[in-house]
Design a protein around this ligand. Sequence first.
Ligand SMILES: *Cc1c(COP(=O)(O)O)cnc(C)c1O
Length: 390
Amino acid sequence: MTAELNPPQRILMGPGPSDVAPSVLRAMAIPLLGHLDPAFLQIMNETMDLLRKVYQTDNKLTIAMSGTGSAGMETVFVNLVEPGDKVIIGVNGLFGTRMVDVAERCGATVIPITAPWGEIIPPKAVEEALRLHPETKLVGIVHAETSTGVRQPLDEISEIVHRTEALLICDMVTSIGGCPTEVDKHKIDAAYSGTQKCLSAPPGLAPVTMSEKALEVINQRKTKVQSWYLDLSMIQSYWSDERAYHHTAPISMVYSLREALRLIVKEGLENVFERHERYGTALHLGLEAMGLELLVAKEHRLHQLTSVRIPQGVDDAAVRKELLERYGLEIGGGLGDLKGQIWRIGLMGYNARQTNVTLFLAALEDVLRNQGYEMTAGAGVQAANRYLTK
Ligand SMILES: *Cc1c(COP(=O)(O)O)cnc(C)c1O
């Protein structure tokens, strides 16, 4: 017989999924309601209200799509793009690359703006691309590039895009709940995210928000949205007073998202962002005190996801294996252009805490020493603690 499920305990400090807060896990164990039960409709309304708070928007269409972050990406593109449309996409990491793929599958002609992995997309490049392609329908940009640890500033790009008729689309999968995602302030026309990064819920929902202007573009489509499952015109009717059945909502996931968002709003958005900044900075200082080099320039670093260069002569896979097996710690390796060159360390949501910073730095020191990498004993933990007690 197959034994009862009993996986090992881990601390998930990679690029996601991150650890889930205990009350979020408990919410998932609550018995189901029917997806048209008035009590569940109430829970959906509360979830939408909480999502608007965390997205910092008044957008009416602010809902959780069924599926992971990539389903959010796909939702935005299948609904806004029609075959032959021109779109500009910033590509400075894996998720910009994925956006291009998704947009092309929708029949878009993509104008990519590339930047080296680990750097931001220069606003001037967006300006130039829009000048060369004035008929562009939308500009897609990744706010928090999880494959590199770069945080893309949005003010200038937003200003540039809105000098034209184009829509601004933003991937906020890793930024939501970890740093400000000011959808209204930055006039972002459509944004999507996922539940398993800084929201600290399990993977399975993709919160999406759309401006009135974006909805207008959808209303004026000449062709049907090619995905039945992700067609917002129908899903909207379920997440509104109409409550028309489209597909069965993943009830337990909605419970978990509502609780995860409730925790964020209860702590206070500013406090949540400050906590990420505080422990992320402590981690950065600790790593540097160990003689390690961070990939991203200080002013563009994310705090919820840190990428650090693997020192010469150190075995990438062996270090991650030892962290996992001896400390129960999961971190991420590099992707694409950065495969084998960096580690990615997440301090996302519930995990952005002092104990995780110090445990990780101590564990990494031990594991690196086994690889022959020399450093002053305790330097990482000391630097982090010095900053945290200041
Ligand atoms: C994780 C991630 C995605 C994809 O989300 P999945 O939940 O893996 O489908 C998209 N964009 C960014 C920036 C991400 O970090």
